[in-house]
Design a protein around this ligand. Structure first.
Ligand code: SF4
Length: 229
């Protein structure tokens, strides 16, 4: 039987496209179910199809002028939920939080050091609140201007878990690149280069989780003895 090489290649391409389309449909159905109903269905399957189809879905959403951050939110939510139980078993000393430079206040007096911005807890932004909690618990806090600093953080300090705060695209990239660790992530409420916003309660809730479990609140930190300088 003669096999036409071009026909064979054509058939293989069609099969690959059909498989990709099936993976995209699975990712979107399971991902939207996760975001809408908070139900985590077939998480391993979703993670597998998501990792394979992320760039294609991203391009398709942009092409059709749809909300392209949808795929980042699915990925962040999925990783948060899959990692949550393991994160609860970690000791605070094995955890770091990585905050974006843009979260600082416009008149931030901190200077940039080898490990990122060195917050002096002036109280003008959320970073100071998180730093006080981190210092109390022994969680490493890093305020970084870019992904190259994250690599430095990992080199400087052996870790088992990482909390990320960033805009959805950067946060998803961060959580994906740190997938060898147990990650948790909180997306920014407002994007930009400076004076961005994050839900402080959401971040503090995660900072309270690593052992020893704590119950800090932003009010307690802002009004406490160790309040800002
Ligand atoms: S709390 Fe820290 S990061 Fe925020 S403005 Fe003050 S010194 Fe800068």
């Amino acid at each position: 039987m003669d096999i036409n090489i071009f026909t064979l290649i054509g058939e293989l391409i069609v099969i690959a496209v059909i498989i990709l389309a099936i993976f995209i449909i699975i990712t979107l159905i399971l991902g939207k179910t996760l975001l809408k109903t908070r139900k985590l269905l077939f998480p391993r399957l979703l993670l597998f199809t998501l990792d394979l189809t992320y760039p294609v879905i991203k391009k398709l959403l942009i092409l059709f002028k749809k909300d392209d951050l949808l795929i980042d939110r699915i990925s962040i939510d999925l990783r948060n939920r899959m990692n949550h139980n393991t994160f609860k078993t970690l000791d605070s000393k094995d955890v770091v939080i990585i905050l974006p430079h843009c979260l600082r206040a416009q008149k931030c007096p901190a200077v940039l050091g080898n490990s990122g911005l060195e917050c002096v807890e002036c109280g003008k932004c959320s970073i100071g609140v998180f730093k006080i909690i981190c210092d109390k618990k022994g969680i490493g806090l890093y305020v970084v201007p870019g992904s190259t600093f994250i690599k430095q953080v990992i080199k400087q300090r052996p870790i088992k878990g990482a909390i990320g705060v960033a805009c959805p695209i950067d946060l998803n990239n961060m959580m994906t690149s740190l997938s060898q660790f147990t990650t948790q992530g909180v997306g920014l409420l407002k994007d930009g280069c400076i004076n961005t916003l994050v839900n402080e309660d959401d971040v503090i809730e995660i900072l309270n989780i690593p052992k020893p479990v704590t119950h800090y609140t932003k009010e307690e930190i802002r009004n406490g003895d160790n309040a800002f300088h």
